[in-house]
Design a protein around this ligand. Structure first.
Ligand code: AVJ
Length: 325
């Protein structure tokens, strides 16, 4: 009977076929070279990210988790019955706290996880259906852009879009504006938006979180190249690159790069693409912006989101914002 509570939608866009891989070519043609951080998350990358979340240095996951542990019931009472739609749901580990709270205050439980990694989406969906007998689940495999443009109609009378883990920090200011505009269009007036953001803090703490002693973050960064190798028949040799992460205090963002240790030519055969990297040259793979809460609140208001509540942890390391469209 679990199947009757499960629906799958694989999202695609008319652009997909044409666009497949062009973002990679664009990034590698760019000076300095970049690669989209979305490509971290093949199934192996999603697993590595799960390991990062458990690292002693990586405070965001457990800090956000502690905020949710404290306030999930309050959130559920505040919004009342609503469908939960989550962007970048991954293993849904933090969302379980919300599902727990909503299953106690509401008789209907509707969850729509969205992720680019179909593997982790499926495993998680089956676990959740088993764990919550009332739960109805609609999994969407695709990018945020695809998902926001093609959200299935709400099954319940209200809806809350959830975007946790400070994943919004991966977007630069321009992309963030475009994203918030999409979110606003995807939601109806009165619907909710729950946003988790990492806050500005001592750079020593920030840099440690992206340079863990066990080297899991390095493996995660390098796995992007392994992903490109299998997906586009690439020839990246992972041992000829090294992980580099630092906090940019001017931009208030962690930056992750991959540094080429030697002069080498990389090729992506199915994209019919080749590029030479100089020894020491870097490829920029990720930004992770760290936010200033009052500024973020103003930005959200500018996009017609009304911040209803802002919660933080005792150190003020992480923020959780409940907004209403
Ligand atoms: C899930 C994108 C928020 O930026 O902290 C973790 C990803 N990168 N370690 C982050 C990540 C390196 C993470 N986000």
């Amino acid at each position: 009977q679990e199947n009757s509570r499960l629906r799958w939608i694989t999202l695609s866009s008319s652009e997909t076929l044409v666009a497949e891989g062009t973002d990679i070519i664009e990034g590698l043609e760019h000076a300095p070279k970049t690669l989209p951080c979305r490509y971290f998350y093949d199934d192996r990358g999603s697993q590595l990210f799960e390991q990062i979340c458990d690292l002693p240095e990586y405070y965001p996951t457990r800090t956000e988790q502690s905020i949710l542990e404290t306030y999930a019931t309050e959130i559920a009472q505040f919004t009342g019955s609503c469908e939960l739609v989550e962007l970048g749901s991954g293993s849904s580990r933090k969302t379980r706290l919300l599902l727990e709270a909503y299953s106690q205050t509401n008789d209907q439980l509707q969850y729509c996880p969205i992720d680019v990694s179909a593997g982790i989406l499926k495993t998680t969906a089956l676990e959740l259906l088993h764990q919550y007998p009332k739960l109805k689940l609609c999994g969407l495999a695709g990018t945020y852009e695809q998902a926001l443009d093609q959200l299935p109609p709400a099954e319940l009378k209200n809806r809350m879009l959830i975007f946790l883990g400070s994943t919004i920090g991966n977007l630069n200011a321009v992309e963030c504006d475009r994203f918030l505009d999409r979110v606003r269009k995807a939601l109806k007036p009165g619907e909710f938006f729950l946003l988790g953001v990492d806050l500005q803090k001592d750079p020593v703490i920030l840099e440690a979180a992206y340079n863990d002693a066990q080297g899991i973050t390095a493996a995660f960064n390098l796995n992007l190249l392994a992903h490109l190798n299998w997906r586009f028949q690439g020839n990246f040799k992972l041992d000829q690159f090294s992980h580099w992460a630092f906090y940019n205090t001017i931009e208030h963002q962690i930056e992750m790069h991959l540094r080429s240790l030697v002069t080498q030519t990389v090729a992506l055969e199915t994209l019919d693409f080749q590029k030479t990297l100089q020894a020491g040259e870097t490829i920029h793979t990720e930004i992770s912006r760290k936010f200033h809460l009052p500024t973020l609140v103003k930005t959200l208001e500018a996009y017609a989101f009304q911040p209803l509540q802002v919660w933080t942890d005792p150190n003020n390391w992480f923020g959780l914002l409940l907004c209403q469209r």
